[in-house]
Every structure is written in structure tokens, then in C-alpha cells.
Ligand binder design. Structure first.
Ligand code: ATP
Length: 773
């Protein structure tokens, strides 16, 4: 129903009035902030003036201490209230130009009056009337807006469920403090508004979806019943958006007990982290710990001196190699086994066995002089039977080593001193010589102390290598786990030992090594993390999940992925089934999430599907879906656009020309971000070299690129994951490039990146994935 002129006027006046009140509050808060800042600084300055410092007798000392504690308390209080006022000010400054975006009218059952609830990014109360002029979108009642069409509706509060009738649902477009448009919505959250949001151009940074969250998304954002939430969401169904809205929601709901430090979000790469970095500040929340699993591994393995491979290089290997390449099959088998739960069980069995013996210790030496031998350390470690965990025993050993090192240091110092005294050329005074010998002794022993503190005297690498080099140990571990060693074990072992000896730590070895290290060092748990969110969850192996669960024992998990885009799981999925027959841990290509739920504990895991895809036009989504017949269901959003174009080239020269023309065409059509997507880094490099003279502005996105700007860019499909562009040009969708099973999902991922336009260029014959094969 159209909204009458009078009603529009009223709404426009309300916007102006509320804005005026917010502006007034902003002014008040500015003054408060200035005052509190001044007070806090003044207290800091006069801190010592107001304290009676007296240390004549015990009573005076106690009094002085009490006085200091009191002053400090006042100071902390002042600082807190200053920060509080500053936060409030920032929040209001952020919303003053668009104070709210929707309204619902709700009549609670048994009540005569309808309540008008205006919803915005942050709540706002009129100080004189105590009326809530704006509700925070995360308030319990606000969920009515996201969950129901007009009619009967219920929302949940911490105490109870509240039912009633939703009488009106209205949306506003407010810009620069003025009402531009408003409309009432019926069924879902205004198709009109959503259409508008989705028709926009892609940005180089992601935006929040707070004004148009859909019901199924809202359920995930607000879920607090499940310990593990697994979301299988189609490409473009809003998984990343939901993850970020959920973080903001949790920070609001548990604001007295939860801070951003208690949460961690694993993103696929730094480029992606940058892409999503604007959403939380836009929602008024502090950004949180955002990391990649690779960063975590690097941090844990800095001291090993090994060259750590990154997952993209591993993927590049998988994609560019073929079964006929020497060592290819072995590496695939190796990856498969090392990412499985079976290998995790083997490492755990190893950890158990080490309680009784077998830990390898390194000698602690200064230059060639060994101070404590590895054997001595081993003897000491295993001399007493202990009920303590390995990590705790290791800590005790570390303390003992540090004590020994103190003794050595004193000894070394004496020797240095004697040497100086005997040295006729040296004419220093006694205190000078003492000081000098102290410094020298400290310098000599300091690296060993650091080693002891970091437990770097454990030969973790040697022990990990032992799993592959020591036949007796292998058999023992296989028996302990009750699982046979995988197919191709001898070749896998030789291959692993060779890589380690060359100083290379392959990606598939990194997590197991860190895990073994954690078992030995006892530093496996990070108890402060209460929420762990994993985006692109399909790219993590069963080993990763088992590891994350141990790493964050107190955390609730939200794992968001699309097993249609599981390009990393190729090696896990296809071969693990053979290797660990009977072991359900390996994600099968289409049901990865069910095995995750087994891993994380079925009773505590809820799996939710998001099938509606919002990113691309209907034509693009339907086009992409033919690539994966029988894949996860995808339902396109009803936004129409131009059909994807198939552009055939007879030779490479023509291919370059076609791509160039497609770029020009899209640019003339107004596309702001245009991505040329290749299969691999190798293909990207050569395509970039050929296209650059034709397109001088072409930007090459690589795995270490930290952010990108609007414009024309070229990148491999696996880096385009999670990102979106106005127009995508597939560089070469020829049968020579995309034909094998392992390339299918990669191709699908590339096709699902555009918002508005997709051009599929190809050389010679078209990929069978688009010919219904
Ligand atoms: N409720 C919504 N309202 C407005 N836009 C939405 C909504 N849900 C998703 N979108 C938009 O759809 C696009 C895809 O969202 P997002 O990147 O979160 O999806 P995804 O499931 O993580 O995608 P993929 O797995 O393909 O990377 C984004 O532009 C996002 O803003």
C-alpha cells in the first residue's frame, strides 16, 4: 500500500527531530569528553600531591599505600568514564546522518497499544522523556523486523518468548540527515530494498548487510544455542556477511562479559581480511583478531629455520601437476594422509608413548662446549614417574635448566675475571673488570637461557621426522592406533624425510608438526578464545578441525563454508576414503559438513544450509550451477541481468584480443571492478605478461597482495575466493585448461564471483564443464 503524503511528512519530521536530538547529545558529549579528559589528566598530574607520603613507621607506610590505592582508583574511574563518553560520542557521530533504517509496529498479545519500534545501528533514548527513540538492531525485539512479515510474530528475550501481531514493517532511506524515501514491506525484507542493495556496484571493501538481513541469515547471526554451528552456504549466500554480523551481535549481547579479544576469525588470506575490514567498524564495533591459519603456523614455527610452504603453493602444485609427473601421486597420497584424522590419531599415540620414553633432547652447548647433554636432559626428564602431563614436566625441566645455567654463568664470570686479572695488557680497575666479566658471562649464557625458556632443547623436528624415518616406531604407532599405515607409505616417508632434510616444511606437514610441538611443550590451549569463526571452512582438513578444537577448548565454533567451492579438499576428499577406509572423518566432496559435525561432536553441532544466492544475477547463478550438476543446492535471487557471454578464440593472439575487448566493453558499460580470472598463478603470470601491453592499467593480484583498488585486475581463481567484482572475465575456459575433476570446483568458484557480468573466453574447445559433461 502506498504511503500517503501526510504520513511521509510526519516521518520526515521525525527524522529531522531525532537527528536534532542526536546532534544536541553529540554537543553535550563533546563537552563531557573534554571535561573528563581534562579531569583525568589533572588527576594524573596531581597524583603525588594528593598522597601523603610518609614512611616513618609501619602505620604511616600502610596509610601511604592506602592513599595511593585510593588515588589510583579515582584515576582509573575517571579514565573509564572518559572512555565511556568517548565511545558514546563516536557511536552517535557515526549514525547522526542516518539515525535508523526501519520501523516495525508491534502489538503485544494482551496489550491495547501498538508500539512503534525504530531500528538503527545503535540505540538512542530521549533523556527528558526516557522514550527509546531508536532500538539497536541487535535488541531482541528488533529480530521481528528480520524474521516476520506482517501478521502473528514472536521474539525471544532472555526471560521468555513474547508474541503478538506485527502490524507494520517500514524501511527508510535516509541520507545526510534527510529522509529520501520510505516504503512498507510485505513478505520478506523488502525485495525492493534488497534489489537496490544488490544492484549496486562492487566495492573494494565489503559493506554490512544490517538493513536487509534475511530471516535464515538472522537465525545464524543470533544463534546461541549451539556449541558448533556449521553453515553450508551457496556461493554468494552471505556467509561472510553473516559471520561479521554475528560477531557484532555477540559483542552486543554479551557486552559485559565478552570483548573482541575473546573472538577469533580465520580468513583465507590477508587480501580477504582487508576486504572485510570495514564491516565491523561500520557496525560500530572494534575490529577483532583476524588471522589466517598460515599466519598462525608461521608464528608457531619461526624458530625451526624451515621454509614453510603456503597453502597456495601447495594448491598450485596440485593444480599444475599431473599423475604422470614424478612424485605427484606420492605427494597427493601424502597430503591426503597427513590431513586425515588417522594421522592425528597417530600423532596422539606418539604423544602418549612419549610419556614413557623416547623424547629426543638436544645438547645445550656454548660454542663447542656442551654444558648439558641431551642424554642428561632425557635422564632427568624420565627419572621420576610422574602423573603430570608432558608439558608440565617439561616446564619443570626448563626451570631446572635455568637454575643450572645460573650456576654456569657465575662460573663463567669467575673464569673471565681471572683471565682479565692475569692479562698484563689490561689495566682496568677491579670494579671495571668485575663489570666486564659479568657482561661477558651474561652474553655467553643468554642464548642458552632463551633456548631453555622456549623449550628449544626438544628436538621436535627430529621426532617428527622419526615418524617417517624409523621403521620400528612406525609399526609401534600403527599398532597403538589400530590403523594400518596408508597406501604408498614407503614413498610418502622417503618423500617427507627428503623435504625436511632440504629445509622445506610442506604445508601438509606444518599443522601436524605444530601439533606434536604443542603436545611436547604443553602450550596447546588458548583458553581466552570463546568464539572461533572460520570462513571458507571447506578449505580446512579434518586434521585442522581436530586441532582447532584442542587449541580453543572453551570456544564455540561457527564454521562457514561452501563445499561446492572446496578446491583444497581435492586431495583430502578423493584419496582419504581409500587410505582410511572405515574412517568417516574425511570430507567427501559434497558432504564435508556432516563429517565436520562428527569431528566436532554430533550432539553439539547444528548444520544449517543457506541456499539463496544474493551476489550474482539470476542468469549468472544459473550459468554457474551447470558446472556442478548434483552439487549443493543453489537458489538464485530474482535479479535479472545480461546472460553470460561465451567468447571463442582460435589462437592465443585472438584470445588476448578478446579479453582486451571484453575489458573495454565492461568498462564502457560502467563496471568499476573488473577481474580477469585465471586458473593458476602460472597461467596468471603468463596472461599478465601478454595482456599488460594492451591494458597498461592491469593490476596483478598475488598471494601477498594486501589490498586492491577498483579497476582492472588479473588473479588466479583461488585468490578470487570470497571476493566479488562487477564484471568477471574468465581468461581461458578451454578444455585444455579446465577438464579434470580437480578443476571443476575451481572453475565454479571463478564463475560465481561477478555481481553483474560474466564473460567466458576460451581457446579452441570449450571446457566440458559447460557442455553438460
Ligand atoms: N541480506 C543481504 N542483504 C544485502 N546483501 C546481501 C545479503 N546477503 C548477502 N548479500 C550480498 O551478497 C554478496 C555475497 O555475500 P557474501 O560474500 O557474504 O557471501 P558468501 O556466502 O560468503 O559468498 P562466497 O562463498 O561466494 O564467497 C555480498 O555482496 C553481500 O553484500
Amino acid at each position: 500500500m502506498a504511503i500517503g503524503k501526510e504520513e511521509r511528512e510526519k516521518e520526515a519530521q521525525r527524522v529531522t527531530a531525532v537527528r536534532g536530538l542526536i546532534q544536541g547529545r553529540i554537543e553535550e558529549l563533546r563537552t563531557t569528553v573534554d571535561e573528563r579528559r581534562a579531569e583525568a589528566t589533572a588527576i594524573g598530574r596531581s597524583f603525588w600531591d594528593d598522597i601523603s607520603v610518609n614512611a616513618d613507621n609501619a602505620d604511616d607506610i600502610i596509610e601511604t599505600a592506602a592513599s595511593m590505592a585510593q588515588q589510583e582508583h579515582v584515576l582509573q574511574g575517571q579514565e573509564r568514564s572518559y572512555r565511556h563518553a568517548q565511545d558514546a560520542l563516536r557511536k552517535l557521530q557515526r549514525v547522526v546522518d542516518a539515525p535508523y533504517f526501519s520501523r516495525i509496529d508491534f502489538q503485544e498479545r494482551g496489550e491495547q497499544e501498538r508500539e512503534k519500534i525504530y531500528i538503527g545501528l545503535t540505540s538512542f533514548i530521549d533523556n527528558t522523556t526516557d522514550e527509546i527513540l531508536i532500538y539497536d538492531w541487535r535488541a531482541p525485539i528488533a529480530s521481528l523486523f528480520y524474521d516476520y512479515p506482517p501478521g502473528p510474530a514472536t521474539y525471544r528475550t532472555p526471560e521468555m518468548d513474547v508474541s503478538g501481531e506485527l502490524l507494520l514493517k517500514r524501511q527508510y532511506i535516509i541520507k545526510a540527515g534527510a529522509l529520501q524515501d520510505l516504503f512498507d514491506t510485505g513478505l520478506s525484507i523488502g525485495d525492493e530494498m534488497l534489489q537496490m542493495m544488490l544492484s549496486r556496484s562492487a566495492d573494494e571493501k565489503m559493506s554490512s548487510i544490517v538493513t536487509t538481513i534475511q530471516r535464515e541469515q538472522n537465525g545464524i547471526i543470533r544463534d546461541d544455542r549451539h556449541k558448533v554451528l556449521v553453515v553450508q552456504g551457496a556461493a554468494g549466500s552471505g556467509k561472510t556477511s553473516v559471520a561479521l554480523q554475528r560477531i557484532a551481535y555477540l559483542l552486543y549481547k554479551y557486552r559485559t562479559t565478552l570483548s573482541a579479544d575473546n573472538m577469533i576469525l580465520f580468513s583465507p588470506n590477508s587480501l580477504f581480511s582487508d576486504y572485510v575490514s570495514r564491516v565491523l567498524p561500520e557496525l560500530g564495533e572494534a575490529t577483532m583478531q583476524q588471522t589466517t591459519f598460515q599466519d598462525y603456523l608461521t608464528h608457531k614455527l619461526t624458530d625451526t629455520g624451515l621454509r614453510l610452504e603456503d597453502p597456495y603453493d601447495q594448491l598450485e602444485f596440485i593444480l599444475t601437476g599431473t599423475d604422470t609427473d614424478p612424485g605427484y601421486t606420492t605427494r597427493i597420497q601424502s597430503i591426503t594422509y597427513k590431513t586425515s584424522e588417522a594421522f592425528l590419531a597417530l600423532i596422539e599415540a606418539y604423544g602418549e608413548k612419549l610419556k614413557g620414553g623416547g623424547i629426543r633432547f638436544l645438547d645445550l652447548a656454548v660454542g663447542k662446549k656442551v654444558l648439558i647433554t641431551g642424554d642428561e636432559l632425557s635422564e632427568r626428564f624420565y627419572s621420576k614417574t610422574s602423573i603430570l602431563a608432558i608439558g608440565e614436566r617439561m616446564e619443570q625441566l626448563s626451570e631446572w635448566i635455568l637454575e643450572q645455567l645460573e650456576v654456569f654463568q657465575a662460573d663463567v664470570q669467575k673464569r673471565f675475571y681471572r683471565k682479565l686479572v692475569r692479562e698484563p695488557k689490561y689495566m682496568g680497575t677491579e670494579p671495571e673488570m668485575k663489570k666486564m666479566s659479568r657482561i661477558k658471562a651474561h652474553k655467553a649464557i643468554a642464548p642458552l637461557k632463551e633456548k631453555a625458556q622456549k623449550l628449544a632443547y626438544i628436538d621436535v623436528l627430529g621426532m617428527y621426522q622419526g615418524i617417517f624415518a624409523d621403521g620400528g616406531l612406525q609399526q609401534e604407532l600403527a599398532e597403538l592406533t589400530g590403523q594400518p599405515l596408508p597406501e604408498g607409505w614407503a614413498a610418502i616417508s622417503a618423500f617427507t624425510v627428503k623435504a625436511l632434510e632440504q629445509g622445506d616444511l610442506l604445508y601438509e606437514d606444518a599443522t601436524p608438526l605444530v601439533y606434536l610441538k604443542g603436545l611436547l611443550e604443553g602450550q596447546l590451549r588458548i583458553g581466552t578464545i570463546r568464539y572461533c569463526l572460520v570462513d571458507e571452512a571447506q578449505d580446512y582438513s579434518p586434521f585442522h578441525y581436530a586441532y582447532l578444537k584442542k587449541l580453543f577448548p572453551r570456544a564455540r565454533f561457527t564454521l562457514l563454508g561452501d563445499w561446492n567451492q572446496g578446491i583444497f579438499t581435492h586431495a583430502n576428499a578423493s584419496v582419504t576414503a581409500n587410505v582410511t577406509a572405515g574412517n568417516a572423518a574425511a570430507p567427501s566432496d559434497t558432504h564435508g559438513y556432516s563429517s565436520i559435525s562428527e569431528l566436532m561432536g554430533e550432539d553439539e553441532t547444528e548444520t544449517i544450509r543457506l541456499v539463496k544466492s544474493y551476489r550474482s544475477t539470476r542468469e549468472i547463478t544459473e550459468f554457474a550451477c551447470q558446472v556442478l550438476p548434483g552439487g549443493e543446492p543453489v537458489e538464485p535471487f530474482s535479479r535479472s541481468g545480461e546472460a553470460p557471454r561465451l567468447l571463442r578464440a582460435a589462437d592465443e593472439h585472438e584470445l588476448d584480443r578478446l579479453v582486451e575487448e571484453a575489458v573495454q566493453h565492461r568498462r564502457e558499460g560502467g563496471a568499476g571492478t573488473i577481474a580477469i580470472i585465471c586458473k593458476t598463478e602460472r597461467e596468471t603470470a603468463s596472461a599478465h605478461a601478454r595482456l599488460k601491453p594492451r591494458l597498461p592499467e592491469l593490476a596483478w593480484i598475488r598471494k601477498d597482495t594486501l589490498h586492491y583498488e577498483a579497476g582492472v585486475m588479473i588473479l588466479p581463481a583461488y585468490l578470487a575466493k570470497g571476493l566479488e567484482f562487477d564484471a568477471v572475465i574468465i581468461y581461458n575456459a578451454g578444455a585444455a585448461v579446465y577438464a579434470e575433476a580437480k578443476e571443476r570446483k575451481l572453475f565454479y568458484t571463478a564463475c560465481t564471483r561477478p555481481l553483474h557480468h560474466l564473460d567466458v573466453c576460451y581457446l579452441g574447445e570449450l571446457t566440458p564443464f559447460l557442455q553438460g559433461e
